[in-house]
Design a protein around this ligand. Structure first.
Ligand code: MD3
Ligand code: FE
Length: 218
């Protein structure tokens, strides 16, 4: 969405690119132009498939609330982690990928050099004060040549970006409302996580951070 400045000039939100490493780039503010459409689409998805706390195969309740849109969704239970076409809460397919989600993910991937990215899964993570995501790799997608696009909305968070091995040192990357990150190529299998969310308030979503991760899972 465009805004008018003090003098009535119409301006676009500020955007810039911040390369993180080979294969990963932070597109600062890339989602701000579509903020309203994204938040409405998010509401529509969550009405059909509410956030829930997955139980890890080890029996622990995750502090992140999760749901999905697209033809495949990320689920976990005592049987393990997997992509599944059916929402276990409703017994029905996940809601389709909203047009605004799809357009943003495709545009961000193309901007980062991954033309033709067509995600079939959008994992939606919800963080509240104290919520964290421990260090992990994303390696359950069929074609690891496809990137992952992540969109941060609401409260800022500190993202931990490690290396190919769990023991490798991590860099801290602050991610704010409207930032989009594209992770592909040599960055695709790097360990990563999210530090516990600090309490606070953001005008878009209150005390909550939402992260959308777009994947070609199948
Ligand atoms: C780096 N989500 O859902 S997005 C996840 O903020 C996940 O909710 C975090 O990690 C979040 O799996 C981080 C950034 C992200 C996603 C996938 C990656 C970074 C990645 C895959 C490879 C390397
Ligand atoms: Fe991840």
């Amino acid at each position: 969405m465009n805004t008018a400045d003090l003098f009535g000039n119409v301006t676009s939100p500020v955007r810039w690119d911040e390369p993180l490493c080979d294969g990963a780039v932070v597109l600062r503010g890339f989602a701000l132009a579509d903020e309203t459409a994204l938040l409405h689409a998010l509401d529509a998805v969550v009405m059909q498939t509410p956030f829930r706390h997955l139980i890890t195969p080890g029996g622990f309740r995750m502090s992140v609330g999760m749901t999905n849109a697209g033809s495949l969704g990320w689920v976990s239970d005592r049987r393990g982690y997997r992509y599944d076409p059916v929402d276990p809460l409703s017994g029905k397919p996940w809601p389709g990928l909203p047009e605004a989600f799809l357009q943003l993910a495709t545009a961000a991937a193309a901007h980062a050099g991954f033309a033709g990215f067509v995600p079939d899964a959008c994992l939606i993570n919800r963080y509240e004060a104290g919520t964290r995501l421990s260090l992990h790799q994303d390696r359950d997608e069929h074609d690891l040549g496809q990137p992952i696009v992540s969109v941060s909305l609401g409260m800022p968070a500190v993202f931990l970006f490690g290396g190919r091995l769990r023991k490798d040192a991590q860099v801290r990357v602050p991610l704010a409302h409207g930032d989009v990150v594209v992770w592909g190529g040599p960055a695709r299998l790097r360990y990563h996580g999210v530090m516990p969310l600090k309490p606070g308030y953001h005008e878009a979503l209150g005390g909550v951070r939402i992260n959308l991760t777009f994947r070609k899972a199948g």
